[in-house]
Design a protein around this ligand. Structure first.
Ligand code: CO
Length: 251
């Protein structure tokens, strides 16, 4: 069942999204060689607590941390750890914030110091693919229009689209229906209606889209060890177009 949200509910999700966006702005200032993803995780937990919010991922299906921290060949769901980030690394920080009962979800990939041209291309194309997907998130389009826009652009830039993890509707629960794949044919899938709230969260890889899961049961890596990036926003479908609830630079 697809749950339609009222304007009041979307306003609450936007408050959660604004707090989440502020976390990402703060993280952007923390990322440098030598910092650990555990320090970032502790910052997020403290920041949310100070603002009356909570990290929804912690305890979700047994996930142990406030954030997912996915370095280099890790696609998603990496555990924060005490290994210092190195110059040239890329790291995706993903989190879900609960505020006043409502959720927002956003992941962002960061460059650590100076990164290779290949890694810069991966980050730039992945971020642009998210925004091309968001452009399709309008009343009357179908989920497949979002999926297709992302896949078409990613593959035109010689990157592959992860199949195993997808976006989702979100509200009072982290994962609601429908799913939002980042690949597939246009004009298919559920039609977008005013009041739907979804995540779009493409994970793009330099090599194969195939993944494997570590023995911790969570960490998803590329099968070939090549690098992966991800950008994710929470988006409300409104009569005036897509409203990005987790926007970091509100225009
Ligand atoms: Co998500």
């Amino acid at each position: 069942m697809i749950i339609i949200k009222t304007e009041e509910q979307i306003a609450k999700m936007k408050k959660a999204g604004e707090l989440l966006a502020e976390c990402h702005r703060q993280i952007a200032g923390m990322i440098k060689p030598g910092v650990t993803t555990m320090e970032i995780d502790r910052f997020v937990e403290k920041f949310l607590e100070e603002h009356g919010a909570s990290p929804e991922q912690k305890g979700y299906n047994g996930y142990p941390y406030a954030t997912c921290a996915s370095v280099n060949d890790v696609i998603c769901h990496g555990f924060p750890n005490e290994t210092p980030l190195k110059n040239g690394d890329i790291v995706t920080i993903d989190m879900v914030v609960r505020l006043d009962g409502w959720l927002a979800d956003s992941a962002w990939s960061y460059a650590v110091g100076d990164i290779s041209d290949e890694a810069r291309h991966l980050l730039d194309v992945t971020k642009k693919s998210l925004y091309l997907g968001i452009e399709q998130a309008v009343v009357g389009n179908r989920i497949g229009d979002i999926s297709h826009a992302i896949q078409k652009y990613a593959e035109s830039e010689n990157l592959s689209v992860v199949r195993h993890f997808v976006g989702h509707a979100i509200g009072e629960e982290m994962h609601e229906e429908p799913q939002v794949p980042h690949y597939g044919p246009p004009h298919r899938g559920p039609r977008l209606k005013e009041g739907m709230v979804i995540t779009i969260e493409p994970m793009l890889n330099i090599g194969t889209y195939a993944c494997k899961i570590d023995d911790d049961g969570w960490t998803a890596r590329t099968k070939d060890g090549k690098w992966s990036a991800q950008y994710e926003h929470t988006i409300a479908i409104t009569k005036d177009g897509p409203l990005i609830l987790t926007e970091q630079d509100p225009r």
